[in-house]
Design a protein around this ligand. Structure first.
Ligand code: SF4
Ligand code: SF4
Length: 193
């Protein structure tokens, strides 16, 4: 199948924009008063090293400026609308889990939101994650079918998890959640804790 990279970048960026918006809305009360901001230089640098993330950032975050001292971090948080490394969504700190995940199903839904961008790009190019490649020529080797199938699944899981966490009347499907990330063993299972 011929690889239309722009189409993949667009689809990925559109999903990431929604994940980022939801995450920011939910996390803002915690992050805005946090004294231990979890952004790190090496995460910011990954965007410039990754040919895929660079393309997403160029298309969706034209106004963002990389600063050698602060990376993409501005006065009010990350300036990238999309194109952040998936690891930036993966970290869910104790304060946020305690505040948002009232029970194990809500905790599972929160982990789903944190892992959907990681899920999309897994094994996109051989065994490598799509954000890992550093040569443009390698993007032509993306397994498009697998990438789009994972994207569709990630989108469905994100929509359900966000609706559920926002209190809308949906039945959470733990099987769909588990296709993205295993359910937490206890409420006190944290990424990066
Ligand atoms: S995710 Fe947690 S640790 Fe990171 S900035 Fe927000 S409140 Fe602080
Ligand atoms: S969220 Fe943005 S500013 Fe923070 S580490 Fe990731 S890319 Fe850098």
């Amino acid at each position: 199948m011929k690889v239309d990279i722009n189409r993949l970048v667009q689809r990925y960026g559109q999903l990431e924009k929604r994940v980022r918006q939801w995450t920011e809305n939910v996390c803002r009360p915690y992050c805005s008063v946090c004294r231990h901001v979890c952004c790190r230089d090496h995460f910011c640098s990954e965007v410039r090293q990754s040919v895929f993330l660079s393309r997403v950032a160029n298309q969706f975050s034209a106004q963002a400026v990389f600063d050698p001292a602060h990376g993409w971090l501005g006065q009010t948080g990350c300036t990238l609308v999309a194109g952040r490394p998936p690891v930036c969504y993966e970290f869910v700190c104790r304060a946020i889990v305690d505040g948002v995940a009232g029970d194990s199903l809500r905790h599972h839904a929160l982990l789903v939101v944190s892992m959907v961008m990681t899920y999309v790009g897994k094994k996109a190019i051989g065994g490598r994650h799509v954000v890992e490649v550093t040569r443009s020529a390698d993007l032509k080797r993306i397994n498009v079918k697998r990438f789009l199938s994972r994207l569709d699944q990630a989108e469905a899981a994100f929509d359900l998890a966000a609706d559920f966490l926002d209190g809308r009347q949906v039945s959470a499907r733990s099987d769909l959640f588990s296709s993205i990330v295993s359910e937490p063993r206890t409420k006190k299972t944290f990424y990066g804790d």
